[in-house]
Design a protein around this ligand. Structure first.
Ligand code: FMN
Length: 261
């Protein structure tokens, strides 16, 4: 499928008419599913972006060793709310591993390009990568990291100098993004979903993102932490901060997390 995204990047292309159309499922009547990359026998993109060569990979504690208190699902749902004020307490590596697992963890590897995760995804395509702006996690230096869900690890991408100010600017001045213990930043690699659904990918990608963040909200309830979804961000600043090209991969959603009690 030819992409015109780069050319359209700086233009307003959404009208009320086509925006509402996007929310319907009429696109499915128009896509020729016989000509998708999957139908043409092209290999699916990998489920996890590899770590850059020579990068520092930090293994996260395994699920069987976490010290995370049990949490009643009814209370977690009843108490969930958006939090924009955090204490200065750090998260522990167990808590970070738990939040990453809850939002994007792998339940089962089907093969290199298809995994089941803790959240649902249309066609099991799971098009997201999770980047972290780490400010306060015990034993982990401040910086930008990326989650490697297949390895239960994070990879260090860059150091954290000026990170609070950069996160705040990337969140269009929403200061709590730079005051969190860790800000979760999700990017999308649209090709993972386009491989199966072509132009019918975009609505389901947006739906998929909601599940990821909701699981983060609920997991925060178990550890005395809070979060607040952010969809209002500066596309260029956030893409540059996490180091993605803004075309084949770009940021789509973020959610700062911090202790609230
Ligand atoms: C898709 C989405 C985008 C949002 N974007 C922002 C945002 O940019 N800034 C913000 O402060 N809150 C944002 N929120 C949080 C909402 O304002 C919040 O969910 C709403 O006010 C209801 O409050 P509650 O989450 O405590 O129930 C967003 C929530 C969602 C689901």
């Amino acid at each position: 499928m030819e992409t015109t995204f780069k050319k359209m990047k700086h233009r307003t292309i959404i009208t009320q008419e086509n925006g509402r159309y996007f929310l319907t499922d009429r696109i499915r009547d128009e896509v020729n599913f016989w000509t998708t990359a999957q139908s043409e026998g092209i290999h699916p993109p990998p489920a996890q972006k590899p770590a850059p060569t020579d990068s520092r990979v930090i293994m996260l504690p395994g699920r069987d060793s976490w010290s995370i208190p049990p949490c009643d699902i009814q209370s977690a749902i009843a108490d969930r709310q958006s939090h924009r004020r955090f204490t200065t307490a750090p998260l522990t590596p167990d808590e970070l591993a738990f939040l990453l697992w809850a939002s994007q963890g792998v339940r089962k590897v089907l093969h290199k390009a298809a995994v089941l995760r803790t959240v649902p995804s249309a066609g099991c395509r799971h098009p997201f990568e999770t980047y972290l702006g780490i400010l306060r996690v015990t034993g982990i230096e401040s910086g930008i990291y990326r989650y490697l869900p297949m390895d239960n690890a994070i990879v260090a991408l860059r150091e954290g100098e000026n990170l609070p100010a950069q996160l705040t600017a990337a969140a269009r001045g929403q200061a709590f993004a730079g005051q969190a213990a860790v800000t979760f930043i999700w990017t999308v690699i649209p090709e993972r979903t386009e491989w199966r659904y072509a132009e019918a990918s975009y609505k389901v990608i947006a739906l998929d993102a909601g599940h990821v963040c909701q699981n983060l909200y609920l997991a925060c309830e178990a550890i005395g932490a809070g979060t607040c979804a952010i969809a209002a961000y500066d596309q260029t600043l956030l893409d540059d901060l996490v180091g993605v090209d803004g075309d084949q991969e770009f940021s789509i959603y973020l959610s700062p997390v911090g202790k609230i009690r």
